[in-house]
Design a protein around this ligand. Structure first.
Ligand code: FMN
Length: 135
């Protein structure tokens, strides 16, 4: 499996990951679940009204972490999260996560998709050497 797909599949399997952002000198972290590969990039989704969106606008550096208890493997992806106002990727994101359509549409002023840029993914466990993938 190609590296990007391996990262996305892991996040789909664990369902929940934790997204850390920077708020001044204060780290902020919260659960997220949206993930999509589009045009060879890894996307997540949020709402522009949320503090997380405002933090990323001020400082795009972010890290996500997810843990697969079945294999004892965790994944960290660190890099920058870049806003993308392309409607096609918003439509694809909402189609992949249809529950979002209760709150979001591709045409509203709130729906935001962001992709990882200059990102590194590291798979770790207590039993194997770390595996690093450049996204
Ligand atoms: C399992 C789970 C998955 C979530 N996935 C997302 C998501 O993909 N995008 C999102 O914007 N919020 C998601 N949320 C809600 C955010 O965690 C919540 O809105 C949080 O307060 C956002 O962070 P902020 O308050 O710092 O902006 C999810 C919540 C849970 C419990």
């Amino acid at each position: 499996m190609e590296g990007l797909e391996k990262v996305c599949s892991f996040l789909e399997k664990t369902q929940t990951y934790y997204l850390a952002t920077v708020d001044g000198d204060q780290p902020r972290v919260r659960p997220f679940g949206t993930v999509l590969i589009f045009d060879g990039k890894l996307y997540i989704q949020t709402g522009k009204v949320k503090p997380v969106s405002k933090q990323l606008a001020a400082n795009p550096k972010a890290e996500i972490c997810a843990f697969d208890g079945e294999t004892g493997t965790w994944l960290r992806v660190s890099g920058e999260l870049v806003n993308d106002d392309n409607k096609d990727v918003k439509v694809a994101m909402l189609d992949k996560h249809p529950g979002l359509k209760l709150m979001y549409s591709a045409d509203d002023d709130n729906t935001q998709v962001l992709y990882f840029k200059n990102a590194t993914a590291v798979f770790s466990s207590f039993t194997a050497a770390p595996e690093t993938i450049t996204l």
